[in-house]
Design a protein around this ligand. Sequence first.
Ligand code: SF4
Ligand code: SF4
Ligand code: FES
Length: 574
Amino acid sequence: MIFNIEVNNKEIKARKGETILEALERNGITVPTLCHMEGFSPTGACRICVVEVEGKNALIPACSYPVEEWMKIKTHSPRVIKARRTIVEMLLSNHPDDCLYCERNGNCELQYLAIGLNVRERRFAGKKTVHKKDLSSPGMVRNPSKCILCGRCVRVCEEKMIVSAIDFIRRGSRMVIGTKANHGFNNQSCISCGQCIMVCPTGALYERSRLADLQDALHNPDKKVVVHVSPTISVSLAEEFGLRPGKDLNGLISSALRKIGFDRVFDTTFAVDLYVLEMATELSRRIADGIPGPMISACCPAWVQFVETFHPELIPRLTTTRSPQQLMGALIKNLGPGLLNVDATEIFNVSVMPCTAKKYESQREEMTVNGLIHTDVVLTTRELASLIKLHGIDIQNIETELDDPPFNIRSSAGKLAGASGGIAESLARTLHFILAGDEMFDLKISELRQGNSRKEVYLTMGSHQIGIAAVSGISEAVKLMDEIRAGRKDLHFVEVMTCPGGCVNGGGQHIGASDRDIRARLKSLYDYDDKEPVRVAHKNASVHDLFRNHLDYPVSDKALAMLHTTFKRSNATE
Ligand code: SF4
Ligand code: SF4
Ligand code: FES
């Protein structure tokens, strides 16, 4: 039912059942929010969104109060603005005064609120609360001193990631967001997904930066520093420079990285093609051997960590093919000495990823060769932007450059890896070629591009009916796993991405992107598939060269030794 309400002396349309905030936003009226998150149930905790409703004595939180037909609302009356300003002043009263040095300086919601409400002096001088930073995780830093107790991180961790690694601890004025028994992140159920970073309005949560280590390597004459860039980065970096969301910076990033001083610039998308071909071959063998399905993807390290910690019974279902990041690591550290004419110890391998969990993955003990770590440093999209700015490169005014051989050729199927359903779509194309002996008639699989957290499709491949599903968000993955445990047998492959929507929305991406921005990134990835000549992983000529020259054929003994990994039960929560 639609009815009129009065807002700031003008009539606007409202819908029965929606909140005041939803009605206001649909009509282009903005009120500030802090604890509110779209898609989550409101808590009404921070009260920054209060409005004045005629006939009500108290101010009303717009994010949690349902709109009613009789309402006359004032969104920016002197009383409302004073209340909001007081809330911000109270939050600032015990906040560290180090904005200039803060990770989120320039992209901090508390800072924006203070500016928007014209807070220009300290009226309340509270006692500064100083807490120790949690530096225990390879992927994340927690700085409780900057926390304003909005609770967003707690809800995303509990409701979307369902691991509840963090919560409100202690009472009253001593309350903080902490981990169980206030131990470090590394000793918890945290899966390093970084989604709490993406929703934190302040600098209380951020990625563990390795820029200083990278700078040391770049200036070390005894190191050959190589870098490879994940397929998503070219369509998500633009926002860090204030450019149009989804603008493709392909070629410009390679050029910038060379100017910074990297000795070789490779494309991780090459390794996605390798991942897809190796994994499709692995799956075809499982099908031929009658091993019960489904096989489950393991390219998302947060998902792997979740399985190892909470559902180790699923480990035998995980593909053993290494993730594209770690495939590149294995190739660079094993084949790099021949390519670069140096010892493996002199190669410093950097990956640029949309993800904080990739930092954790790079440090897994399985990801080493002869005691050498495969991936020395993982940078997020945000850190790459910082690096480019640090080196004074104007990304809009440089020429595009190609990546370096031999890891520069890719298919558009590899680029799809950034979208939830993209790995599944790429795998379906290659599995069809393996099982049916020819290409799929229509390579675009719409069922794997539509919908939100779950997509499913059934495809005929030769004499096989193949069921494929893609889920994003751990809560959706767990629902599907419950169905499989309950006896569902129609699926042969399941792709799991921890971050809602996939890597385009990873925990290392630009903070503050809207759903529309994420859709723009997705569109840019799908555009590749419409215009590129090579659209299947198994036609990547460089992947074929790799097998011919070094690994014989997919899932050969040599490929198993270099391209596969193992998983183990984790005791993190015990
Ligand atoms: S990184 Fe993910 S799992 Fe860890 S605390 Fe944040 S939201 Fe929870
Ligand atoms: S850590 Fe960030 S998201 Fe979590 S409660 Fe504190 S301010 Fe909010
Ligand atoms: S945003 Fe409405 S109470 Fe916090």
